[in-house]
Design a protein around this ligand. Structure first.
Ligand code: ARG
Length: 470
């Protein structure tokens, strides 16, 4: 039984029956790739200008195509455009509408081009725009961290290893550790942008085209750094999407680590910080609850972004050259990774400056747990005792402190001298929390003066960022 031929299709010529309705739905991508409409139109205009410049289109044809595409864009943006699943994807929807509007000239736009190089161009243009927005939002979060670090340069908290109290650090210093993680993420983002910024347009289906096209011209019209080198690679390469997702996964990993700390710190057991009510929600059964939902969700969303990275790696694994329909599956993971990263960065950038610090709680926690034990050992070394012996002496003092529920700074000079006769009154300078952090006064150290200097350097680094403007 034959079904009537579908005349709508731009590739219908060699077919004798219409596409099965389910197959049409199964193979269509318009529901999600319509998101690329702006880049698709921009790419088409550049392609048409190039065709006119090499004499393949007349000036009149070019003007009519450009005018028609602008009308299509207006229709899409004003909500009057009707997307059709029968037309498969964003590219054929736009081209069909263009032809409806301007007639036969519309059909000339696709000269010397294929949807394969078209879609490769569209995603690169789209991702490049998104990278710019993500870079700005990342910078806003980093700026917020610098502001909070400056405010909290003197605030003392316990520093942890193995989540056990280790040595006192300043809260500003802790925040600057987050700043550094994000700084590396920014570097990776820019690296990704640099490699994606080449124009695949002109590769056509896979082998290039017989028309005398000027790929350098389209590349420059679209603000690419130049055309891609190899036509087969141009239509099949999705490395840039994978690189972006790798960046996104690491960024989310960093945000999840910060989230985890925020969640711990807001608990009654820590009580180090308060998050403003507007970033929290309550419980429908326990009236006392105030839950840190925003950092919890950011932590949770890390999973889906990691998943998108694996999806794309698996999508590309073993794919033969050149374009395969598999590649249509690149969009949803990439789109969702971009959306998720943007939302999470926004949540963090809004939340960080609003963190309320309970400095007494932090200080109290640092005071407990013998966090200045290393300082006492270093003090004994300065008095001429070998570090291993000093370690043993302080260990004994800590054991005594545990038995008598006394921190080192709470012991009397006499008590301390029981462990080592060389201990003198000046020991109390090193046993204080302020003395401990101030003593770590070198590049990258936790001393308040170093934190302030690092904040200034951080601001300089942010100021040097200039995203290439399109
Ligand atoms: N919708 C397709 C995609 O996203 C566009 C390219 C289609 N090319 C083809 N030869 N069927 O990859």
């Amino acid at each position: 039984m034959s079904t009537p031929k579908d005349t709508n299709k731009s590739w219908g010529g060699r077919f004798s029956e219409a596409t099965d309705a389910f197959v049409a739905r199964f193979t269509a991508s318009v529901d999600f790739d319509k998101r690329l409409y702006r880049q698709d139109i921009r790419g088409s205009i550049a392609h048409a200008r190039m065709l006119a410049s090499v004499g393949v289109l007349t000036e009149d044809e070019l003007n009519s195509i450009v005018g028609g595409l602008e009308e299509v864009q207006n229709a899409i943006e004003s909500g009057t455009f009707e997307w059709s699943q029968a037309l498969e994807d964003v590219h054929m929807n736009i081209e069909a509408r263009l032809t409806d509007r301007i007639g036969i000239t519309g059909k000339k736009l696709h000269t010397g081009r294929s949807r394969n190089d078209q879609v490769a161009t569209d995603i690169r243009l789209w991702l490049r725009d998104e990278i710019e927005l993500i870079g700005l939002e990342l910078g806003r979060l980093q700026e917020g961290l610098l502001g909070l670090a400056e405010r909290e340069a003197d605030t003392i908290m316990p520093g942890f290893t193995h989540l056990q109290t280790a040595q006192p650090v300043t809260f500003g210093h802790h925040l600057l550790a987050w700043f550094e993680m994000l700084e590396r993420d920014y570097g990776r983002l820019m690296d990704c942008r640099k490699r994606l910024n080449r124009s695949p347009l002109g590769a056509a289906a896979l082998a290039g085209t017989t028309y005398p096209i000027d790929r350098h011209y389209t590349a420059s019209l679209l603000d690419f750094d130049g055309p891609t080198e190899n036509s087969l690679d141009s239509v099949s390469d999705r490395d840039f999407a994978i690189e972006f997702c790798a960046f996104a996964s690491l960024l989310m990993t960093h945000l999840s680590r910060a989230s985890e700390e925020l969640i711990l710190w807001t608990s009654a057991q820590f009580g180090f910080i308060d998050l403003p009510d507007r970033f929290c929600t309550g419980s429908s059964i326990m009236p006392q609850k105030k839950n840190p939902d925003v950092p919890e969700l950011v932590r949770g969303k890390t999973g889906r972004v990691n998943g998108h990275l694996i999806s794309l790696l698996t999508l590309m694994k073993s794919q033969p050259l050149a374009y395969n329909k598999d590649n249509q599956e690149d969009k949803e993971p990439l789109f969702d990774a971009v959306d998720t990263v943007k939302d999470c960065l926004r949540a963090f950038a809004d939340m960080v400056p609003a963190i309320k610090v309970q400095d007494e709680k932090m200080r109290e926690a640092a005071r407990r747990g013998f966090s200045t034990a290393t300082d006492l050992a270093d003090y004994l070394v300065r008095k001429g005792i070998a570090f291993r012996d000093a370690h043993e002496i302080v260990g004994n003092a800590v054991a005594y402190g545990i038995r008598h529920n006394k921190d080192l700074a709470d012991m009397s000079l006499q008590e301390l001298q029981e462990f080592c006769a060389d201990i003198q009154k000046d020991v109390f300078n090193v046993l204080t929390l302020e003395g401990s952090v101030a003593a770590r006064d070198h590049f990258g150290g936790t001393a308040p003066a170093q934190v302030r200097a690092a904040v200034i350097r951080g601001r300089e680094r942010l100021a040097q960022r200039a995203l290439p403007v399109d």
